[in-house]
Structure formats: structure tokens, C-alpha cells
Design a protein around this ligand. Sequence first.
Ligand SMILES: [Zn+2]
Length: 278
Amino acid sequence: MPYLTEPEPERGLATEVAPGIRRIVAGNPGLMTYHGTNTYLIETGEGVVVLDPGPDDTAHVAAILAATRGRIASILLSHTHSDHLGALPALQAQSGASTFAFHRSADPAFQPDVPLRDGDRVAGLIAIHTPGHAGDHLCFARPDGVVFSADHVMTWSSSVVSPPGGDMAAYFQSLRRMLKREDRLLLPGHGPPLPNPAPYIRELLENRIKREDAIAQALREGPYRPHDLVDRLYSQTHPWLRQAAERNVLAHLIKLRSEGRATQLDQSWTMGSSLGDG
Ligand SMILES: [Zn+2]
């Protein structure tokens, strides 16, 4: 995959990534987060909108408040993973802004002030329900072809799809949906901006299809546990990356089962359908 890289961003600074859009990269670098979570400050007719407050980090909240002079029209949330949601309570307490997020929150401890559904409009942006990485995942699109893809499409890495919150069948559908949109510029939740994202998204989808076919093929010699399939199909050795790969494999297996291409036998999986039509 032609994944993108960028130098480590200057911490605590809001820098312009597109007309009317600034980005602050939170100080939570890691194997799953790249340089950190991207918090976007979007100029709208209603004032500055914050998309994804980021992790629970006092310095990051202070940076957002400084860059917006504390005047935040509203706070949008792409999904309820802690590296996007963690700073929300502090940011909301200090700005008084309302939160907008998908109406079925995947985090029982969080409910948005304004629940969003697919196609809803907020501050000139359109919410696009894109389950797969997370059941409550939203992308947001500006009418001029800028799309905030959060963790649905990241530019520095593929996304982890970890059941039960992650759903590979939904992820495939959501990728196909993004492909149809013909956006001009993609701004992800982690990693640098990507102009003309369609070829990249197409390649992400093709890689997932190849991976899934390889899993289905391997099951002919099974049964295997997800762990065994990672040994066979992945070159990763870092324990965290192996664990992420194992979650992705499990998500593929569940999708294959729903299509009658795999059967679960206790902890391991084999080819075919338990319905007897293989
Ligand atoms: Zn996430």
C-alpha cells in the first residue's frame, strides 16, 4: 500500500491543511495512532467547529482552546474510541459547546447533545454513517469535496476492524460508499491529508479482498485459529501489531461465515458452511 508519512508535527500548534481548516495533532503518538489523533478546527458560517476533541490530555485541550480563543460553535465526534472522545468532557466544560455524534453511541457512558443520522447536516457538513471500524462511525463531508474520514480511511495505515464493535462486512460496504463519492481531499483521523483519494481507497478495498481470499484459501487446509492464520499470512512480529492483525482476521472470518464461506468450530475455523451447502 502507498501509505503516506509526514514529519512529526509541531506540538500544540494549529496549522492550516485546507482553506478554512486547521489541524492540531494530539500528543498521543503510538503504533495505532501514528503521530497522534488529528483534531480539526473548521471555519463555518456558525463559527469554528471542532471535529474530534482527541485523547484525554490537558495540554491538547489547552491547545484547542488557545487556537479557537475559547469560542467553539459546536463539537463533532467521528466515533467514540477514546483517542477521539477522551478530551470531550473537558473541552465541553470549558467551551460550553454542544456535541454532535451518531445517534446510537457505541460507548454507554457517552450520549451526544445532538444525535446525528446518516445524511444529517451540521454547520454546513454532511454526516455519512460509515460503520466498519466502529459501529457509530461518521465521516463528515463539506460540499466542496473535502471529506473528514476519521478512522474509516486513514492515510498512514489500514484501519483495525475489531469485533464486536468492528464489522468487516459493514467496513467493505462503507469503503465502497466512500469510493462512489469522488471527493477531492481526504482529511483522516490519523496521518496527513490525501488529495484525490479514490485510487487509494480502491487499493485499500482490493487489499482487504485479497486478504479475505487468502484466509478463505488457507481454511481449506484448516481448521485454524485466528492466531494460526496470522502466523501463516502476516509478516508482523510486534505483539501489538500481531494482536491487531488477529482482530482483523477474526472480523474477516465472521464476514466469511455470514457468507457461508467459513464455519466456526469452537476456537478454530474451517472452510465451508455449517448449513451443508459448502
Ligand atoms: Zn478509532
